[in-house]
Design a protein around this ligand. Structure first.
Ligand SMILES: Cc1ncc(C[n+]2csc(CCOP(=O)(O)OP(=O)(O)O)c2C)c(N)n1
Ligand SMILES: [Mg+2]
Length: 546
């Protein structure tokens, strides 16, 4: 047995089903071992895409997704995906090759210090120097990647180490129960919530765990406390719930912020400060109870007054068991704001204009996608519209990145979602900018025979930055580009291409694509004048209801 074969045995032992990547000659022993295993090796057309796919597998399954690249340029191409997994709290393992470490005929050709390169981007990075260390290092890699808070890890397997004989068996995967919140902390939190007048529950990314989602629903139903979420907390509790107050896609000035300003206490379950702030704390303002696996990272805008640290699902359950309705609880103002927000979100949902209003695009996608269908967003202006206006009905049904907020992940994450959730309808929503950053993966999707719909929102520019530029009063400069003919582009890959030539046609094309086989690309032109009208003017100028 070679170290490479033992490595693959260890991956199998961890339950790995897919490895995504672009191999180089330094990976050939590992590739051979993968070829002989049950694990599916998925060739991608860029390492960054392979990394986004591995991170998405981790996000959807809770088990580290795995990707593979060569040394030097392959490893440097992994860096954005490493940051994506790391900031996004998605467990992933990156494996890179390296020239032989004992004796190399190639001098320093292609060599960068990949271990040091990965250090600031991962939870753990390690070079294997002996085959016999494989079982321990692989187990440690998975343990670290999957442990709260999850993230990226990296192992370097040099060419000579991969080829050498190795002995041993993979380590048994141990089951760990997380420590639970201390009873006194829970009692103090319950007391604070009971004494509040208008408490509000915030659901963040860390609450996106199966059991937590169930507990939160019970907590809300029992207490009647209204809730809102962060972008990465979307869908943890069904957003059709009558107590759902919206998503904090903006940090301030949204309708939701009227409610936040009126709340005297926010019970923050699982929010991670790596996300764009859902609101700004002010000294002497609304108090916050931090409920999370780990203690709060404090800064100028986040300094909770009480912390309940431990397994989140258990903490929410303990709180639910203990809480009695507060004598002064009054949620009537929140319900007024909810009605106002719901009416605002419904505006323009059937707007007939062409190019389409972003609100119409969101509403049409929601109408077309089944309850458990998954929408994977790339990063651009439409992400704000989806985060505010799209109602997610189940956990992980709106995959967006509000941590690194990198362009280019929409299509790769949709591909990965389809691979681990083959029974679900999957739609990637990308801007014309972000799509073109990894559009080569259309070939991967077609080659894999996936049924996938890709929506491209076309404004011939970097719309999000154009909106910011405009709202700063700067002249329009440096943010516009031309696009390929997207219909022909799709067809060149063997995908189906179409263009929405009217507002009504968009919904029809979506329905057809979702019912059909193969990869469907739908180009939809967007009218981004709504960005300025709603975000810069309407929201900033409105005053909160009394
Ligand atoms: C890799 C990367 N580069 C740059 C940015 C900065 N950025 C954020 S949104 C955006 C524009 C995105 O354009 P597009 O994908 O066309 O979406 P649109 O905003 O036009 O809808 C840019 C350049 C980023 N987030 N990620
Ligand atoms: Mg654009």
């Amino acid at each position: 047995m070679t170290s490479a074969e033992l490595f693959v045995k260890a991956l199998e032992n961890e339950g790995v089903t897919h490895v995504f990547g672009v191999p180089g000659e330094e990976n050939l022993d590992l590739l051979k071992a993968l070829g002989a295993s049950k694990i599916r090796f998925v060739v991608t057309r860029h390492e960054q895409a392979a990394g986004f796919m591995a991170a998405t597998v981790g996000r959807l399954t809770g088990k580290a997704g795995v990707c593979l690249s060569t040394l030097g340029p392959g490893a440097t191409n992994f860096t954005t995906a490493a940051a994506y997994g790391q900031l996004g709290g998605m467990p992933m393992l990156m494996i890179t090759g390296q020239k032989p470490i004992r004796k190399s005929k190639q001098g320093r050709f292609q060599i960068v210090d990949t271990i040091d390169l990965m250090r600031p981007l991962t939870k753990w990075t390690w070079q294997l120097v002996s085959g016999n260390a494989v079982p321990a290092r692989v187990r440690e890699a998975f343990r670290v990647a999957e442990e709260e808070r999850p993230g990226a890890v990296h192992l370097e397997l040099p060419e000579d180490v991969a080829a050498e004989p190795a002995e041993g068996e993979p380590f048994t995967v141990s089951r760990v129960r997380r420590p639970v919140a201390e009873e006194k902390a829970v009692a103090a939190a319950a007391e604070m919530i009971e004494a509040a007048k208008s408490p509000l529950l915030l659901i963040g990314a860390g609450a996106n765990r199966k059991l937590t989602s169930v507990m939160l629903k019970e907590f809300i139903d029992k207490t009647g406390i209204p809730f809102f979420n962060t972008q990465q907390g979307k869908g943890v509790v069904d957003e059709r719930h009558p107590l759902f107050m919206g998503t904090a896609a903006l940090s301030d000035n949204d309708y939701l912020h009227c409610a936040i300003a009126k709340a005297d206490l926010i019970i923050n379950v699982g929010h991670d400060v790596v996300e764009k702030p859902p609101f700004f704390m002010k000294p002497g303002g609304t108090k916050v109870i931090h409920v999370n696996f780990t203690s709060a990272k404090v800064d100028e805008i986040y300094f909770p007054q009480l912390e309940v640290v431990g397994d989140i699902a258990n903490a929410v359950w303990q709180l639910k068991e203990r809480l009695r309705p507060g004598a002064a609880w009054d949620f009537s103002y929140f319900m007024k704001i909810k009605a106002q927000l719901d009416a605002h979100v419904a505006e323009h949902a059937a707007d007939p204009r062409h190019p389409l209003a972003p609100q119409r695009i969101v509403a049409d996608v929601r109408r077309a996608v089944p309850e458990d269908g998954i929408v994977a967003l790339d990063n651009g202006m439409y992400k704000l519209w989806f985060a505010r206006n799209y109602r997610a009905y189940a956990p992980n049904t709106l995959l967006l990145d509000n941590a690194l907020a990198s362009m280019g992940a929409g299509l790769p994450s949709a591909i990965a979602a389809k691979m681990v959730r083959p029974d679900k309808k999957i739609v990637a929503v990308c801007g014309d900018g972000g799509f073109m950053m990894n559009s080569q993966e259309l070939e991967t999707a077609v080659r894999l025979g996936l049924d996938l719909t890709v929506v491209i929102i076309n404004d011939s520019g970097f719309g999000m930055i154009k909106w910011k530029q405009q709202s700063m009063g700067f002249p329009n400069f440096g943010l516009e580009f031309g696009n390929p003919d997207f219909v022909k582009y799709a067809e060149a890959y063997g995908a189906h291409g179409s263009r929405a030539s009217s507002a009504a046609e968009f919904g029809a094309l979506l329905a057809k694509a979702l019912a059909g086989k193969g990869v469907h690309l739908i180009e939809v032109p967007v009218d981004y004048s709504e960005n300025d009208r709603v975000f810069t003017r309407e929201l900033k100028e409105k005053t909160c209801l009394l």
